[in-house]
Design a protein around this ligand. Structure first.
Ligand code: SAM
Length: 372
């Protein structure tokens, strides 16, 4: 029998929170080429059995230069505290407190705030709907989907991200099963935070949520049917694109060697997301900008342009304040002559796939069809 409490070793990248090769290569479905822009491989479903086998051979997780033991995750609470839930009713969102309810943990620094994806799920889906995160990272989106009784499809090109996602979902489900067994499984309404009044979600409903995790490339979602997804929630790499690192997984967007290559890859990701989304469904994408030669590089606007040209219409643009910028502040404070501003925000674009051609006319000022 596999000992689930065993922990495993993975190396963590500082810049992107990518999980790199740990002690042994994964078994299957790795692309053969190392060219970042060209490799697109078929999706492969990965289940808890494979995770348990993986976890049985690894003992700890390396975060930056320090190793963290990855033991069974003890869940103290499954709901966010009032301090963790800040206002999401305006176009400026700020989450100073890192969400740590359920199996969300701060040890994967590339994650997005669970509060953000929670808000997207509550605003744009109903219980029983299906959420897709084509770059699921540590599984934040799928954890929130389970807690809100939504189905989730998580995809990532990095096998170790898939293992981390399954690790978190596995221990969340174990906790929910214990709650169910103890009979304390009915909860009141937990949906007030989006401003949208909805029914409560019981532990039974959370356990019914269907979670599918795939090792795959967001540019080729070949196992996902056309128009089968209600919400796409995505947080792609965006910051280190100018510096090509050989250690990146082939096909990883952050392995792009230029902005042009990154945007070409992103365009494929956006087309696939558009295909799988149902008409009227939404897509939320968190992206950030950077600087090259001390000049602002508006990656967010290039990505938005790609989204609009693919056929999406823009519903919302949200500025997300970045916290925990101490290192950046200290680094630049040492330089006497800094002639530029520090970037302290990211953008969350929320777009909608139009239901029909008429919607392009009606919403042309929010689409790429502005001139009719
Ligand atoms: C910023 S992280 C996402 C973090 C995630 N939102 C979370 O909360 O943990 C970006 C993820 O995109 C993945 N990725 C990059 N290129 C990809 C591609 N072509 N297909 C699928 N996943 C990709 C990386 O492996 C990484 O896990």
């Amino acid at each position: 029998m596999v000992v689930i409490s065993e922990i495993f070793l993975v190396e963590y990248s500082r810049v992107w929170g990518q999980i790199f090769v740990g002690l042994q290569e994964p078994r299957r479905s790795f692309p053969s080429s190392r060219q970042p822009g060209t490799v697109v491989f078929s999706m492969r479903k990965v289940g808890f059995d494979e995770y348990l086998e993986f976890a049985g051979t690894r003992k700890e997780l390396e975060v930056e230069s320090s190793r963290v033991k990855l033991e069974p995750i003890e869940v103290k609470r499954i709901h966010p505290s009032p301090e963790e839930l800040t206002d999401v009713s305006t176009t400026v969102w700020s989450f100073p407190k890192r969400g740590s309810w359920a199996t969300h943990r701060g040890d994967y620094r590339g994650n997005w705030p669970p509060q953000m994806v929670r808000a997207l799920i509550l605003m744009f889906t109903e219980p029983g709907d299906t959420v897709l995160d084509p770059m699921v990272g540590s599984g934040t989106t799928c954890i929130e989907a389970v807690l809100l009784g939504r189905n989730c499809v998580g995809v990532d090109i990095n096998y170790y991200a898939i293992m981390l996602t399954l690790h978190r979902i596995y221990w969340l489900r174990k906790h929910l099963e214990r709650l169910q067994g103890s009979g304390s499984h009915r909860f009141g309404t937990i949906m007030e935070e989006s401003g949208k009044s909805m029914g409560g979600v019981t532990v039974d409903e959370m356990l019914k949520a269907r979670i599918e995790v795939y090792h795959g490339d967001a540019r080729n979602l070949d196992k996902i049917q056309d128009e089968s997804i209600d919400l796409v929630a995505m947080h792609p790499p965006y910051s280190s694109i100018i510096k090509y690192s050989k250690s990146r997984v082939a096909g990883d967007l952050s392995a792009a060697r230029s902005l042009e290559e990154y945007l070409a890859m992103m365009s494929q990701v956006v087309s696939e997301s558009f295909r799988v989304l149902r008409p009227g469904g939404h897509l939320g994408i968190l992206v950030g900008d950077t600087r090259v030669h001390r000049h602002y590089v508006p990656i967010t606007y290039y990505v938005l342009d790609t989204l609009l040209k693919t056929g999406f219409i823009l519903k919302e643009e949200v500025v997300k304040i970045q916290h925990r910028m101490k290192a950046t502040r200290e680094r630049w404070a040492k330089l006497r002559e800094r002639d530029f501003l520090l970037i302290y925000h990211e953008k969350l674009f929320i777009l909608r796939k139009p239901k029909n051609e008429n919607e392009y006319k009606k919403y042309r000022h929010s689409s790429a069809r502005i001139s009719g």
